[in-house]
Design a protein around this ligand. Structure first.
Ligand code: GLC
Length: 729
């Protein structure tokens, strides 16, 4: 019986192979067709219990396989900027295995490089190390839009702008998946805050959804080819994102033709019939108590699903589709089939070099009055390094994205390593970490004392990433499951900075963190300010090389830094973190996220989206616009008019002069990063399509491009426009 079945299968395959020229299918479609046949054959052999075993967790970070048929478990691991330390099958941290990894700079630092190729390299390292550690799915990148500066997880994400998110996410996804494993782009959708993340109901217009919150995920799936997508904790328009027919079936699987797997966030499933019907394929992490008691059969998509199928309330083909998607990803990543997965690498020099390059290109020089920087390391002097974050290792902070780094060069270590005997470095923490704690007088006095005797001061403060593996959100300002209470510097830092400036105004302030903090109390007296994010295992070296001029900074802000929280659109127009009911949050800021708000409502930010300084200067000229039916070709010249080699990120914004519906003053549509020797110049050519002039008309429920005049603005930031032209579409 079995033999002639396989004869028939072989015959069908031969027919298919012979039919190739006529069918003119692409090679991978042939592979897909062949795979689909194998997948159907496996499903045909599986019992209902075996199928259901595949659609829920089998341990904290694995999902069920079918050993009888040679179908392995999926092995997943966090996170977006490094492979997380091992949590065994009992959710406990395994402390006795070699699970250190390359600790890459966090997402916002990668985005601040505006370097699409570096996005791919970032993904390559992450995928290679996940592969080496035996993971099939790495739970990243996190690409939620940075809607509020208070969101505790902004550090893990990329930007306030959907185009920058899209271009950087696609690169890293391809980098990960070219290593033979799957990414898991997250959190789909509208997980833009941590406050009540498990219960909050996000309400937004279709226009905001289509123009701001979906594009990154659409690019991840359609351009990046993401194999898996993680559904978010929050509700969306009254339904759990992990149960949402609109998000998962209508948009992701039908409109975008996503053929991969939707994985729930951990403990994000709340019932049985809906997720089965509405497009969820794999339930992870439900009810910690079940996991700790290993009661995986009690998950919503486990025994309860079997019961509903046996009662005829859920058709078995729904389960089959989920299993088909899971098997498809297994074949794509050589977990099944004849091909073997490539061998990953671990803690290599190349990986560490990539981490260094990303931090060097992602750290942003915000202010540099009278060329205060770079410093001359040959000059004999005493430098006071002050600040808790100067000597703080960050890799274990932040929550599920934590990494047990092979090593981590702190800012203080980086500075000590780079200076020679001419420079004496003295260090004081200056403040202590204590939630709602004010300035610590004794620590402040010690800091002021070394500042008063020093030639200059390097202050390294800012936000706080939380403690260790377990109580990651303890005291944290940048961590999962917590949002900042405000934009003020914590632990009495404002008082400390002012006290230091009073005795020594020659100070550079380095802000560690995931985004904007309120600098108003001291910014005017501070000659130089650097945003260093959480810059990964080589971050201290990168910072030191920038401060002492071995590296010319080129990073630019991937989000706007407002002067104060009240200026931010999520506060000024929208709701954050929830409405008076405490159950919902209304995105009344709508499409006006970040610079789309500041530039339209003429609110001056502290530092603009796309802002970042260099130690050299660039000149823009010769804007040329070729306006054709299907595309617009923009070209312009950038010249390095300074004495140092450097890189410039040129941004192209479209400014609609008329539209049926209101539109932002400008929208980023393209960008390029150009590396130039002193005196050198380059002509940059970028192309726009009609999509770049369109907006989503939620009255007509479709994308439209209004005929009329449009401005093409070429800028060094959203507010530093160097060239502009006009065209009609
Ligand atoms: C967490 C996070 C998600 C992470 C998952 C597994 O709660 O929201 O980003 O990948 O659970 O740790």
């Amino acid at each position: 019986m079995k033999n002639n079945y396989f004869l028939k299968l072989t015959a069908r395959l031969l027919v298919l192979l012979m039919a190739v020229p006529m069918l003119s299918v692409a090679q991978n479609d042939l592979f897909k067709a062949e795979t689909e046949i194998k997948i159907n054959e496996l499903i045909r052999q599986m019992s209902l219990a075996e199928k259901v075993n595949m659609i829920h967790a089998s341990s904290p970070f694995t999902s069920g396989g079918v050993a009888r048929l040679g179908i392995p478990e999926f092995i997943t691991s966090d996170g977006p900027h490094g492979v997380r330390a091992e949590h065994g099958r009992d959710w406990e941290l395994d402390n006795n295995i070699p699970d250190s990894g390359t600790y890459l700079p966090v997402g916002v630092c990668l985005a601040a490089t505006w370097n699409k190729e570096l996005g791919y390299e970032f993904g390559r390292v992450l995928g290679s190390e996940a592969n080496y550690r035996g993971k099939d799915i790495i739970l990243g990148p996190g690409i939620n839009i940075i809607r509020s500066p208070l969101n505790g997880r902004n550090f893990e994400y990329l930007s306030e702008d959907p185009i920058l998110v899209s271009k950087m996410a696609v690169g890293s996804i391809k980098g990960i998946q070219d290593q033979g494993i799957s990414c898991c782009v997250k959190h789909f959708v509208a997980n833009n805050q941590e406050t009540r993340r498990n219960t909050i109901d996000v309400q937004m217009s279709e226009r905001a959804l289509r123009e701001i919150y979906l594009p990154g995920f659409k690019a991840a799936v359609q351009l990046g080819g993401a194999n898996t997508v993680m559904s978010a904790y929050n509700k969306f328009r009254g339904q759990w994102a992990s149960h949402s027919h609109y998000l998962l079936n209508s948009i992701l699987k039908k409109e975008w033709v996503f053929k991969g797997v939707v994985i729930s966030d951990w403990n994000a499933v709340h019932a049985t019939p809906e997720p089965l019907w509405n497009g969820l394929d794999l339930e992870m992490g439900t009810d910690l108590s079940m996991m700790q008691n290993r009661q995986y059969n009690k998950f919503y998509m486990a025994d309860p699903a079997i019961k509903l199928v046996n009662e005829g309330k859920i058709p078995e083909y729904l389960i089959d589709d989920k299993v088909r998607r899971l098997l498809r990803v297994m074949y794509k990543t050589n977990m099944l089939g004849d091909l073997k997965r490539i061998q990953g690498e671990y803690n290599t020099t190349a990986h560490r070099q990539t981490a260094l390059q990303i931090s060097e290109e992602g750290i942003v020089l915000l202010k540099n009055e009278n060329n205060f920087l770079p410093l001359n390391k040959k000059q004999k002097r005493t430098i006071a390094v002050i600040g808790f974050n100067a000597d703080r290792k960050q890799s274990l902070g932040g929550g599920s994205s934590q990494v047990r780094a092979f090593y981590e060069i702190t800012p203080l270590a980086g500075l000590q390593n780079i200076v020679g005997k001419n420079v004496t470095i003295n260090y004081e923490p200056g403040y202590e970490v204590k939630r709602n704690g004010g300035a610590n007088t004794e620590l402040m006095n010690r800091a002021v004392a070394i500042a008063s005797k020093a030639d200059m001061v390097i202050y390294v403060g800012g936000s706080f990433h939380g403690y260790t593996h377990d109580n990651w959100s303890d005291n944290a300002y940048d961590a999962e499951d917590t949002d900042k209470p405000d934009m003020m510097l914590p632990f009495g830092q404002d008082e400390l900075i002012k006290a230091i400036l009073a005795v020594n105004p020659k100070m550079v302030v380095v802000m560690v963190g995931g985004g904007a903090m309120d600098m108003r109390l001291w910014i005017n007296e501070t000659p130089a300010i650097i945003q260093s994010w959480y810059a990964g295992m080589e971050g201290g070296h990168a910072l030191a090389r920038i401060i002492f001029g071995d590296v010319n900074p080129s990073g630019k802000l991937p989000m706007t830094f407002p002067k104060k929280l009240e200026d931010h659109p999520s506060q000024a127009m929208g709701e954050f973190p929830y409405d008076t009911s405490g159950l919902a949050v209304h995105y009344y800021d709508d499409i006006y996220v970040g610079y789309r708000y500041y530039d339209t409502w003429k609110v001056v930010p502290e530092f603009a989206f796309g802002h970042g300084l260099s130690y050299t200067n660039f000149e823009y000229s010769n804007l040329n616009i070729l306006n054709e039916n299907a595309k617009v070709t923009i070209s312009f010249t950038i010249k390095n008019t300074g004495k140092l080699a450097g890189a410039e990120i040129a941004q192209v914004y479209v400014k609609p002069y008329q539209s049926v519906l209101p539109r932002p003053e400008k929208e980023l549509k393209e960008f390029d990063k150009v590396y130039l020797e002193p005196g050198a110049f380059k002509t940059v050519t970028l192309q726009l399509t009609n999509d770049d002039f369109s907006y989503f008309d939620d009255l007509k429920n479709t994308w439209v491009m209004d005929p009329g005049k449009y401005g093409i603005l070429v800028g060094a930031s959203s507010r530093d426009i160097k060239l502009s032209g006009m065209l009609s579409r």
